[in-house]
Design a protein around this ligand. Structure first.
Ligand code: ZN
Length: 173
């Protein structure tokens, strides 16, 4: 008997695709790695596209019958420092829980208040790599900077006076 139908389908470039409700119901698990260069939506924020990220996806179904995907992503990226524009190494360590919402089912607001919980549509053909890419995009800092940036601090203060300094001046006069 063939189990072929239950295996994730791996496309040439698209990566694995899972039947997400089925994956959760059966406690599926899938791990792999993706080249950073393949995650094109990240490209704008990176200094280079070297390396790869490892991911692990697990299907979970709780006692209430809710289905989840548990996704972890690890690796490192070279972001670009927003101050000196040099590469800024960034460690990726994502551990998210994604609630599967069946089409037509109510979208639960309260679950989403937890930062580590997202809801996604319970697609029967869920592409895993775009999901990994989504989670990485959410995890990136808005304005990455070196903790000890090589660029002299004075250049920045001249360029952008702090709003508090401006307010203080207004009060003085
Ligand atoms: Zn810097």
């Amino acid at each position: 008997m063939s189990c072929q139908e239950n295996q994730p389908v791996v496309g040439a470039n698209a990566g694995p695709v899972i039947d997400s409700p089925d994956f959760a119901r059966h406690g599926g698990s899938l791990s792999g790695s993706v080249a950073v260069a393949q995650l094109s939506r990240l490209a704008d924020q990176l200094a280079d596209q070297a390396g790869s990220l490892a991911f692990e996806l697990r299907g979970v179904r709780d006692e209430e019958g809710k289905s989840f995907l548990s996704l972890s992503v690890t690796g490192s990226l070279n972001l670009r420092c927003q101050r000196c524009l040099a590469p800024l190494p960034f460690g990726v360590a994502i551990d998210s829980t994604l609630l599967l919402v069946a089409p037509g089912e109510e979208w639960p607001d309260e679950e989403l208040e937890d930062d580590r919980m997202d809801a996604i549509e319970a697609s029967r053909e869920l592409a895993v790599l775009p999901l990994v890419e989504d989670e990485v995009l959410l995890a990136l800092p808005n304005s990455p900077r070196h903790a000890n940036c090589a660029l002299p601090a004075t250049m920045e203060t001249q360029a952008r006076p702090s709003p508090f300094a401006v307010l203080a001046k207004l009060k003085d006069h």
